[in-house]
Design a protein around this ligand. Structure first.
Ligand code: 3PG
Length: 210
């Protein structure tokens, strides 16, 4: 998948579930629940020891474009791609991670939290970035103020966004998709609440919980 392909996937999906999965045994039913709720993509974070196995399982799900998140080092990018990640997301902008992703032929969405970081990302040839952590940084006013001088930039805001805040973020023209963990949390997974994951995903994707 190219960066252009990923931008198209994100623009079509509009919602990017950000997953922290403690137990790889839950990955299959989780993928089913997300897909049944209408998700078209998902980000598996490198925040648990099982992340690579989760990626392997979820990447096999035909209906989901599954990427890796919280990728902090070039080595993690390698492991993510080996596990089947179709894209890489990072909370910050790291030239070495971006360069390794380029070598690996996988699109990368780096995190940015300032105009300076956004300029670095744009100069490195990337125009899709993750605004992180979006809500603590100032939310929609911050996003709009940051987007104004950079009409070529496209944003995937994440961090502190929930179902109530989602529509306002999606209404910002520069936003491709919104990332968030509220649709599928470790607590949902621990309790086996796949119906609730499906419901929350459908609510986010379709604007209602049906
Ligand atoms: C991310 O990586 O996008 C965030 O950790 C998701 O933030 P949230 O857990 O506040 O939704």
């Amino acid at each position: 998948m190219t960066g252009t392909d990923l931008a198209a996937v994100l623009a079509g999906a509009r919602v990017l579930p950000v997953l922290t999965v403690p137990d790889a045994a839950t990955a299959g039913p989780l993928a089913e629940a997300l897909a049944a709720g209408g998700a078209r993509c998902a980000e598996v974070t490198f925040r648990t020891p099982d992340a690579e196995q989760v990626l392997k399982t979820m990447a096999a799900h035909a209906g989901l474009a599954v990427g890796a998140g919280t990728v902090l080092t070039p080595e993690q990018a390698e492991r993510a791609v080996a596990a089947g990640a179709r894209f890489v997301v990072s909370p910050g902008f790291d030239e070495d991670v971006v360069a390794r992703c380029r070598e690996l032929g996988v699109p990368v969405v780096p995190g940015i939290a300032s105009a300076t970081e956004l300029m670095r990302a744009l100069r490195s040839g990337l125009d899709t970035v993750k605004l992180f952590p979006a809500q603590p940084l100032g939310g929609i006013p911050m996003l709009c103020a940051l987007a104004a001088p950079f009409p070529q930039a496209r944003f995937v805001p994440g961090g502190g966004i929930d179902a109530a805040r989602l529509p306002a973020y999606l209404a910002v023209p520069a936003v491709l998709a919104v990332g968030g963990s509220w649709m599928a949390t470790p607590a949902h997974l621990e309790r086996g609440e796949y119906g609730e994951i499906r419901r929350l995903t459908a609510e986010a994707v379709h604007g209602n919980a049906t």
